[in-house]
Ligand binder design. Sequence first.
Ligand SMILES: NC(=O)c1ccc[n+]([C@@H]2O[C@H](COP(=O)([O-])OP(=O)(O)OC[C@H]3O[C@@H](n4cnc5c(N)ncnc54)[C@H](OP(=O)(O)O)[C@@H]3O)[C@@H](O)[C@H]2O)c1
Length: 257
Amino acid sequence: MSKRLSNKVALITGSSRGIGRAAALAFAKEGAGLIGIHYGANPDAAQATVRDIEALGAKAVALKADLRQGREAAYSLWDQFKQAAIASTGSPDLDILVNNAGIAPATSLKDTTAVAFEELMAINYTAPFFLIQAAADHIRDNGRIINVSTGFTRIAAPTHPAYAASKGALETLTLALAPEFGKRGITVNAVLPGVTETDMNAEWLAAPEARAGAEALSVFSRVGRTDDVADVITFLASNDARWTTGQRIDATGGARI
Ligand SMILES: NC(=O)c1ccc[n+]([C@@H]2O[C@H](COP(=O)([O-])OP(=O)(O)OC[C@H]3O[C@@H](n4cnc5c(N)ncnc54)[C@H](OP(=O)(O)O)[C@@H]3O)[C@@H](O)[C@H]2O)c1
């Protein structure tokens, strides 16, 4: 069977761990040529992901940028990726950009400080916006932009108001950009994971009652695995999803439908 991402060049933010890492491994299995593994604070995890990708026969490079720095970090990441792509492929161009890195603090309206709010928006919205801006002219025709959002834009999340709204902004951006990129056959879509088994949730999912509550959200009565979400991202990255753009694709396991 032919691979769906043969020789594609991809950059995935926050791919040292969790959903981003699973997407990077899935891309490698589908034949991707080069994958940029972005991270913020965890070089060991990023290097481990690079090694696992290389073991699958793809090239990978770890790229550090602290997205709390918003636009500046996005441009720094793009510059690093461009250099790595030129060194590896002879061209600065890429096929697939996945804005996946994010934080999801459970902070109520009342407890959200200005500093925490700015940090959340910088990582979850400002950095993706400017990374798309920085990369735009280098995304090849028929390329892909995939933004990782959250099911909390569909299901009310009083525990995470600022987080849900930061992802709402990312989804609105997804819709707004689709016509412009469509002229070059590039699709722009958002993926909405539900509760997924990653470091982000490890602490609270360790409590049996909380886990049971999380499992009950999905019609499949379980918590999502990273590959459940990564497979949806991979579909959107592939030619199979060429006719889908400007969309929010739910990957919550039918949570609260
Ligand atoms: N897990 C879920 O249940 C769930 C549900 C809905 C939506 N999502 C969304 O899915 C995406 C991935 O979540 P995840 O659960 O896979 O997260 P995770 O396991 O906590 O991993 C987060 C990733 O983002 C990077 N990152 C975090 N803060 C950063 C910063 N300041 N600068 C640069 N990189 C930073 C991390 O890099 P380091 O390794 O260097 O720290 C890591 O690669 C996020 O956008 C999240 O909002 C997750």
